[in-house]
Design a protein around this ligand. Structure first.
Ligand code: G3P
Ligand code: MG
Length: 253
């Protein structure tokens, strides 16, 4: 199936919002991405102990907040007590880990597209995906472009079974030799690869097979231009402003 969302992918996509400029995966980071010109953002999602989807990258809250321990062992009320600004204090003091619902409201208000990365704990792939799908079905307006991505094939397959019309992206670092089999197995329409492993040859092969190709995390404009020149559809960046300033291959239409 052809997904129109995939035809709207912008060349530059903010990573964890615009996490070079604001605390990652917060509402401020999403707003910053829009302010810097991003039309689409990538954010990470997992679930709390009381099964609420929240926007957070790590299994635990230690790196990004003033708290400790796994998200999965905290209620939303406990999560909301944490300060998620520590990477950028004091300017963002008081910033919270947002729920998926809150992030969707902000994304809708700003007119952004969403690349939502499923980040389940190992062992919690299915419950995480079921909850995220239920919340997307309840809260995501039809006019918000959505791409769901994950490193986890089990999560992708589950999401695909629950929301068959949503395009899926398979995340990897290096591109495995059997990449096409994996994309087919997981029902994916795009491959999202770590920048250090991208070659012109693998971009050409993946594109020739009819898939979209996204690269993360590209913060150097020269590198972004090289990838776009090779046919990469989107580069995911912490610093959308830097890449826009250095963009030589502006897609029109
Ligand atoms: O979705 C691209 C990128 O976010 C994947 O890696 O660890 O930054 O979530 P990570
Ligand atoms: Mg991510």
């Amino acid at each position: 199936m052809m997904h129109s969302v995939l035809d709207q992918l912008p060349q530059i996509m903010g990573h964890r919002g615009a996490c070079g400029h604001a605390p990652e995966n917060t509402l401020s980071s999403i707003e910053m991405a829009a302010t810097l010109g991003s039309k689409f953002i990538e954010i990470d999602v997992c679930v709390t102990k009381d099964n609420i989807a929240v926007i957070h990258h790590d299994t635990d809250v230690d790196r990004c907040t003033n708290g400790h321990g796994p998200v999965l062992l905290k209620t939303l009320e406990e999560i909301k007590l944490l300060d998620a600004s520590i990477q950028f204090s004091p300017h963002f003091t008081g910033e919270k880990i947002p729920t998926l619902k809150e992030a969707i409201l902000t994304i809708q208000k700003l007119g952004l597209g969403l690349n939502l990365e499923l980040k389940p704990c190992k062992g919690w792939q299915i419950p995480t995906t079921e909850r995220v799908a239920a919340e997307l079905q309840e809260y995501l307006p039809e006019n918000v472009p959505l791409l769901v991505s994950s490193f986890n094939i089990e999560a992708l397959k589950k999401l695909g079974s629950l929301m068959p019309d949503v395009p899926l992206g398979y995340l990897t670092e290096a591109i495995p030799p059997d990449w096409e089999r994996r994309l087919v197995e997981a029902g994916c329409a795009s491959l999202h690869c770590e920048k250090d492993f991208v070659t012109k040859e693998n971009v050409t092969a993946v594109k020739a097979a009819g898939y979209k190709f996204l690269v993360y995390t590209v913060n150097d404009p020269e590198m972004a231009n090289r990838f776009l020149d090779w046919g990469v559809d989107s580069v995911i960046t912490d610093f959308p402003d830097r890449l826009f300033a250095g963009l030589q291959h502006i897609k029109t239409g």
